[in-house]
Write a protein that binds this ligand. Sequence first.
Ligand code: CTP
Ligand code: MG
Length: 187
Amino acid sequence: MYWTYTIFIVAIIYTLLPAYLANMAPVFAMRLNWLPELNKPIDGGFKIYDKEILGQGKTWRGLIVGIIVAIIISSLQAALQAVGWLDSVRLLDYLSINFLAFGFLAGLGALGGDIVKSFIKRRVNIASGNAWPIFDQLDFVLGFFFLTWSLVAWTENIFWTAIILTLAGHPLSNMLGYYLKIKKVWW
Ligand code: CTP
Ligand code: MG
């Protein structure tokens, strides 16, 4: 029984890996200064009513690197399925859904969710880089489900377990990132 739950939790993490790693990619890209020519704010530095549209933290580099990482991960997941590895934690049939489209939508959803969140954050007067609990944590998961819904008939069980796991796992991964000096702030 417990083993079944454990497998289900690992399976959900495995399924969301394209989104999780896409969400982490912009910070690595920033720290390692990948593709410096893409390090430009998506909002072009423009403001609405004296407030940044998105802020300096949302760059083309983050968006593009996130999408590329998600496509790489979904392709690896399809390859692992082709050779029959990790069958017990696989919830999706990567070889039947278009895994490239899935990776693209996962990355675009994750980073798009983050961008939409920053847009709202600026409107409610929270400065770029300041915390907005819960929304900062769930933005990319909601974006991921929203865009991949066209390819996968997600169940409520998968959706809510993913939400809870993300909320629980986020503080841990952030503190790890902060400790490893990948992130500047612990949230
Ligand atoms: N990042 C990026 N492009 C993106 C998303 C993130 O370059 N589309 C990089 C930025 O360097 C950003 C960092 O990843 O500072 C952390 O991302 P996040 O926490 O989402 O951004 P914040 O700077 O906290 O901005 P906001 O308040 O708008 O969430
Ligand atoms: Mg932030």
